[in-house]
Design a protein around this ligand. Structure first.
Ligand code: GLV
Ligand code: MG
Length: 338
């Protein structure tokens, strides 16, 4: 079995970051819309140019009696629209549902030449990706589609998390993995009732300052998703594919949304889902390196000459390893600016 790595160039000695063979395409926000909702579908021409990825959602949040309408709505929207540089993705129904096969059959046959990525929910192991991979290959051949439609897995079951490495490397079609915190919370039997983000009860409290006195003690809310994001990022980096934070359901709490997106960005994610137009600009801001960080990274790279040894800049030690981190920041900024 070929691994996803076969699609990517091997690393040259000393190269700072994996270099993808496939052309870089920004995917800071994967913007969800419900194609069965006529009002939302009508907004596609104005939303599409503002986002890196537009995703027609067929799975959860589309009720069972609207599944066919959503599929037909996505076909109609895709046929009517030229997406330019914006990628078109879909989230199909889960492989254990009655709809997934028809989703793939219809979409690849009707609009496969416009579809960049198929997002597969509730992936539990490599066998799920193999199934989609084989179907896509057959349908592409039948429809005469000359380039591979890529596959993106949602990590949203405890079994999926246990198998994340084999999922990441299951096919050369693998484009990336998103965290699905809502389904994952249910699968793990966590005691939350939210779509992503934190919880006021999940916190650390500082020790009492004076055991005899009732002084207020500071509390700090913790990131419920740190472990899974870090595990997903490692699996993706090891297989040369891209990691994403998923949805943030509290649309009104733009501050907490930005915090959650930023934690994911700093840990290595390249994007997140946007469920509402207000989250588009948040994702764009968070997942684009800040100009001050890029300027600092360039300063370190310049000061490090051939990239080996050590220098002091503003009292901070820089060496071969920090210059590699700086290349990651600069390469991302340059790729986004291109
Ligand atoms: C997304 O699908 C989630 O379950 O969080
Ligand atoms: Mg889900």
């Amino acid at each position: 079995m070929r691994s996803a790595k076969d699609f990517f160039r091997p690393l040259a000695v000393g190269a700072p970051a994996p270099v993808r063979e496939v052309p870089f395409r920004p995917s800071r926000m994967i913007h969800f819309f419900d194609p069965s909702n006529e009002k939302m579908a009508a907004k596609v021409p104005t939303i599409a140019p503002k986002v890196d990825v537009l995703l027609g959602n067929l799975e959860d949040a589309v009720s069972a009696d609207r599944k066919e309408a959503a599929r037909a709505g996505l076909v109609a929207t895709a046929k009517a629209q030229d997406f330019g540089d914006t990628q078109l993705w879909t989230r199909i129904n889960s492989l254990d549902s009655p709809w997934a096969l028809d989703d793939l059959l219809t979409l690849v046959t009707e609009i496969g030449h416009k579809l960049d990525v198929v997002m597969v929910p509730k992936v539990e192991g490599a066998e799920d990706i193999h199934y989609v991979d084989r179907l896509l290959a057959q349908l592409e051949a039948k429809a005469g589609i000359g380039r591979p439609i890529l596959v993106h897995a949602i990590l949203e079951t405890a079994t999926g998390v246990a198998n994340v490495e084999e999922i990441a490397g299951a096919s050369p079609r693998m484009q990336g993995i998103s965290l699905g915190p809502a389904d994952l919370a249910a699968s793990r039997r966590m005691k939350t009732t939210r779509v992503g983000g934190g919880h006021p009860g999940y916190l650390v409290r500082e020790d009492p300052k004076d055991p005899g006195m009732e002084l207020p003690r500071l509390t700090f809310q913790q990131d419920l998703w740190h472990y899974t994001i870090a595990r997903m990022v490692d699996a993706c980096a090891a297989h040369g594919i891209l990691p994403y934070y998923g949805p943030f359901g509290d649309i009104k709490d733009t501050t907490a949304c930005e915090d959650q997106f930023r934690n994911a960005f700093l840990l290595g994610c390249v994007g997140a889902w946007s469920l509402h137009p207000v989250q588009i600009d948040i994702a764009k801001r968070v997942f684009s390196p800040a100009p001050a960080d890029v300027a600092w990274a360039r300063r370190v790279i310049d000061a490090m000459g051939d990239g080996t040894g050590a220098v002091m800049i503003d009292g901070k030690m820089q060496d071969d390893a920090t210059v590699k981190q700086c290349h990651v920041v600069v390469e991302l900024a340059e790729a986004l600016a291109a």
